[in-house]
Design a protein around this ligand. Sequence first.
Ligand SMILES: Nc1ncnc2c1ncn2[C@@H]1O[C@H](COP(=O)(O)OP(=O)(O)OP(=O)(O)O)[C@@H](O)[C@H]1O
Ligand SMILES: [Mg+2]
Length: 312
Amino acid sequence: MLKIEHLTKHYGTFPALQDLSLEIPERQLHGFLGPNGAGKTTTMRILATLMTPTSGRASVDGVDVVRKPHEARKLIGYMPDFFGTYDNLTCREYLDFYGRCYRIGAKERQRMADQLLELIQLGDKRDTYVDSLSRGMKQRLCLARSLIHDPKLLILDEPASGMDPRARADMKGILRTLREMGKTVLISSHILPEMSELVDSLTILNRGRLVLSEDVKSLAARMSGNAPLEIRLAEGCGEEAVDAVVVCLKELPGVAEILQPEPYLLQVRLEGGDEQCMQMLREMTARGLPVTDFHRIPMNLEQVFMEVTQDE
Ligand SMILES: Nc1ncnc2c1ncn2[C@@H]1O[C@H](COP(=O)(O)OP(=O)(O)OP(=O)(O)O)[C@@H](O)[C@H]1O
Ligand SMILES: [Mg+2]
């Protein structure tokens, strides 16, 4: 669906994006991550045909965004990181205006505007002036604007920045609905836990270069394969009980390291698989030790992010 090949962008002599290659299949939600200045907005602006690359190419559904920008724009909906709204338009007029820009007929524009206002849960604000909407509402309206011509690919540059937790949850719901509708979405964000729940795959850029691009499921499997086990003990069970757990663990095969980050929390690095894990649980239960919680620490995207964006 989206194919990026050796994309490079220099601002003057500064290389903001270097040799980025990436493919995103249809109906995927793809996260685009990286520290400030990594080159995310630069990439998105090139894809949205607002800027030409220094070299390399990108195509949407086989249409080259540099050579055929007019054709490509029909396939792409773009929500920029910063956007203006107009003072004297209502929500419906605002969407209608953008519909006209795409030369959509009057009837179809009205139908789309109403449908989109429902999708972004602003149906009751259709006749409200855009200017009087809250920031989160304006962001949702801007998302609707990017959908007015029913594009196949959505490019969303930090669509949820500055939204309250409920608004962000709503935004996640809207994005899932869009995926169900068959859209392909490239979305940038700095809110990592939310991204790891939402996207199917992700790419991390650092200083203009790709440092990781992977399916979230395979990344999670890779990360949890060697993730430590966390064992929580009953609060206030006493030092002796904690020592008894440590003694028990030390006797078991495969226990490589035991850490105690908190008085009643142990982290165990295990060399081995499920069999060792099961044996550990059996043994602790048989000895009547005060274990209240036993789990592998789930993938922490923040940790992955920190590792791959560490500067030499
Ligand atoms: N118009 C410009 N002229 C010169 N340099 C620019 C321009 N736009 C961006 N840059 C530089 O290119 C680099 C990449 O910027 P970009 O906006 O793509 O980063 P980003 O990943 O979107 O960052 P953020 O997370 O802060 O939004 C930065 O070092 C930035 O200073
Ligand atoms: Mg940016």
